[in-house]
Design a protein around this ligand. Structure first.
Ligand code: XMP
Length: 513
């Protein structure tokens, strides 16, 4: 993959990977690196441009994260976003201070100068703001190019030095013309051609894997989700029956999902690989008994998954390579940079300690989700698998608020199944990024026939999102919701109330725990 590249320097913001993803949407390869990677490494990589992310700190606080000031003199265009913009101002002699009023959310920004960065952008444009500090005064030689009623420097630049800064987040979809601004930066200011494509990824990767693995034995943890499925098929194409896939059914999958995974990857499916299914439901329920704290549930499920996997690996004996379906967001989210951890995801960081293998292979490590899907299609994986909605590793464990029990799993599986059926019947599934039922921990009074009931409330969720970092609550047609609600209450024992979640992300998350 020799190509022109943009580097995102991660100062700990929540949207760091989104920036990289948006740059790749401009067909320019982009990598995220920690803010302190060092100037010499940056020069070695010879990027066409650099983007500074946001971050949770103050540039003048004792926790300030700072890069070398000389970076501004190497002649590579830099775009500072939020904290990145403040850092640029601070290091170059401007004034950053706590704003009299914090700005959060969709904000109308007035563009004062339609410079290269703002080519084709409206005079007044809605942008996503999220800051407590602001640039009170831009450094000398900088022009202020945009403002808001409470933010005097919403954007500034010094084109002679190829330095640009915006206080808002162009990468977030709520910034209506954000993509245009990023395109302007990457294509016009940095001069990238925008010719990076995924086509050759699969072929090159299969060849790389063959060269590396030779005649070795390979073991892969398969969840049936998009990432591990694409990784498994890629490996199967490269090394065939040298590959064994272990599928752990932790009892927290959607209704019938275990059997569906087996139908595709098992002996009756289209792929030529060794497939082992482990039914470990009871083990997981036992470990989760009495546990209510979401992060603890995540950790227990992740831990137990590894233990089960290790036991299976021991039965298989020494393997040479372990395959993981890690994708780029996992790598970035797992704290390689300095992003504040909001939820621990167990995909990375939870490697088995006691499996005897030489090396890990992560064939999708540098790809974003949509790129993994493209690779899946190239590999001939059926569309219904490639475009499956994402499903969290801890599964229904984080869609059941509070303690997880087999009975609650049954309730949420049945409710979710009905909800998905009704959504598919109405044909609205294509417009939704993710939709599911969750089980609240709330029981309330109802009436069924002549009986008073005291049962659970199921919450239905549906969001529209392409990046899963931000999401809008979906406006599902009322008939679909009411049909699903009726069926759930009538058909699922233990439920007497159905609620619909109307919050977007932020401030809510997509999952409930
Ligand atoms: P949130 O709830 O953070 O979800 O808005 C964003 C996306 O991530 C998925 N998700 C997880 N995936 N392990 C995973 O592998 C997890 O612990 C986890 N938590 C959330 C979620 O389904 C959504 O697609």
């Amino acid at each position: 993959m020799a190509r022109e590249m943009i580097i995102v320097l991660d100062f700990g913001g929540q949207y760091n990977q989104l920036i990289a993803r948006r740059v790749r949407e401009c067909n320019v390869y982009c990598e995220v690196h920690p803010y302190n990677i060092g100037l010499s490494k940056i020069k070695e990589m010879a990027p066409k441009g650099i983007i500074f992310t946001g971050g949770p700190n103050s540039v003048y606080g004792k926790d300030a994260v700072v890069c070398e000031k000389e970076i501004f003199d190497i002649g590579i265009p830099i775009l500072g976003i939020c904290y990145g913009s403040q850092l640029m101002a601070h290091l170059l002699g401007g004034k950053v201070t706590t704003a009299p009023v914090s700005e959060y959310g969709k904000t109308e920004v007035a563009v004062d100068e339609h410079t290269q960065l703002f080519t084709g952008v409206s005079d007044k444009t809605i942008c996503w703001m999220s800051h407590t500090d602001y640039i009170e005064k831009a450094p000398q030689d900088f022009t202020v190019t945009a403002h808001t009623p409470v933010c005097p420097v919403a954007a500034m630049e010094c084109p002679e030095r190829r330095l640009y800064a915006v206080q808002f987040h162009p990468e977030v979809m709520h910034t209506v013309e954000g993509i245009k601004m990023l395109q302007n930066f990457v294509l016009k200011i940095c001069g990238c051609k925008g010719d990076w494509k995924m086509d050759s990824f699969v072929e090159t990767m299969i060849q790389t894997i063959r060269n590396k693995v030779g005649g070795g034995k390979v073991l892969c943890a398969l969840s049936g989700g998009v990432d591990s499925s694409v990784a498994a098929v890629l490996m199967a194409k490269a090394v065939g029956r040298q590959l064994t896939c272990v599928f752990v059914d932790h009892g927290l999958l959607r209704k019938n999902e275990g059997d569906e995974v087996e139908a595709v990857f098992g002996p009756d499916g289209p792929y030529d690989l060794n497939f082992i299914r482990v039914n470990a439901q009871e083990r997981f329920y036992q470990k989760l008994a009495g546990v209510t704290e979401p992060e603890q549930k995540r950790k227990i499920i992740g831990e137990e998954f590894i233990r089960v996997f290790e036991e299976e690996a021991k039965k298989i004996g020494a393997v040479d390579y372990l395959v993981q379906g890690t994708i780029y967001p996992d790598v970035i989210e797992s704290g390689l940079g300095k992003s504040a951890v909001i939820k621990s995801h167990h995909n990375v960081g939870g490697l088995p300690d006691h499996v005897d293998f030489k090396e890990i292979i992560e064939p999708l490590r540098m790809l974003f989700k949509d790129e993994v899907r493209k690779a899946g299609l190239e590999l001939g994986i059926p569309e219904h698998l490639v475009f499956r909605q994402p499903f969290p590793g801890p599964g229904l464990g984080i869609r059941i608020i509070g303690e997880v029990t087999a009975e609650k799993v049954r309730i949420v599986q049945d409710a979710d199944h009905i909800y998905r059926e009704e959504i598919a019947k109405a044909g609205v599934d294509k417009e939704l990024g993710q939709y599911f039922a969750a089980l609240t921990n709330m029981r309330s009074v109802g009436v069924m026939g002549d009986e008073r009931t005291y049962d659970y409330a199921v919450a239905l969720r549906a969001v529209c999102t392409s990046d899963f970092m931000t999401a809008d609550c979906a406006q599902i047609p009322w008939e679909v919701l009411s049909k699903a609600a009726n069926r759930i209450v009538n058909e699922v024992k233990g439920v007497n109330r159905v609620l619909y979640d109307c919050t977007s992300k932020p401030p809510a998350t997509i999952e409930f725990e």
